[in-house]
Design a protein around this ligand. Structure first.
Ligand SMILES: N[C@@H](CCC(=O)N[C@@H](CS)C(=O)NCC(=O)O)C(=O)O
Length: 204
């Protein structure tokens, strides 16, 4: 089968998909669009957004649906409906955090002085990251049920982008999340991917 992933030249919402494809040893074309060409490419996307994944020419959008599909193939999507739901909840909580940071960064930050900027970002980060740290502590180092699921891969894959957007290290002072990150990054396929992936463009 042929796999072609299209996104910008940054980790962002594509990186969880890249992590899952690496985990599954799927050889994929990593098509990275420059921001200068985006306006020309956008109309050809199903909903005007990326990432999209083409599998044998079938164009798929919505990063969570794509990542979940790959996670099912990897056996990382839960052993039953209940566990799958817990994983989805964990992922959506991280998405809410990402969304709040993104809304702030792309709309409000430019109107703020540096001090109120950092206090707002710190407030959002503290709210979510304290909860994530506590969830991972209770769940023996993982987001759900004391074992590796795609929620863990998703969080680690997107954490660098969140830190870049927030302009602070979101993992600072969160030892269990740091350990989770180290653990995910030491999975051999993920380690190989991270070692060979291109240096991203600077976005924020
Ligand atoms: N719910 C979609 C959101 C996709 C999305 O917002 N993509 C952004 C990049 S992270 C995008 O394409 N922005 C460019 C634009 O809207 O023109 C998903 O998870 O795939």
């Amino acid at each position: 089968m042929s796999y072609k992933l299209t996104y910008f030249d940054v980790p962002g919402l594509a990186e969880p998909i890249r992590f899952l494809m690496a985990y599954l040893d799927i050889d994929f074309e990593d098509n990275r669009i420059g921001y200068q060409t985006w306006s020309a490419v956008k109309p050809s996307m199903p909903f005007g957004k990326v990432p999209i994944l083409e599998i044998d020419g079938q164009v798929l959008n919505q990063s969570s649906a794509i990542t979940r599909y790959l996670a099912r193939k990897a056996g990382l999507a839960g052993i039953d409906d209940w566990e799958s739901m817990l994983i989805d909840i964990a992922v959506d909580n991280v998405h809410d955090f990402r969304h709040e940071i993104a809304v702030y960064v792309f709309t409000e930050r430019k109107n703020c002085d540096a001090e109120s900027n950092s206090s707002k970002i710190k407030e959002i980060t503290k709210f979510y990251m304290e909860k994530f740290e506590s969830i991972v502590t209770i769940n023996k180092g993982f987001f759900v049920n004391g074992k590796l699921t795609w929620a863990d891969l998703f969080f680690v894959a997107i954490s660098d982008t969140l830190s870049d957007m927030a302009k602070i290290d979101i993992l600072e002072g969160r030892p269990n999340l740091q350990t989770l990150k180290t653990q995910v990054l030491s999975i051999p396929q993920i380690k190989t991917w991270v070692a060979k992936r291109p240096e991203p463009s600077v976005l924020f």
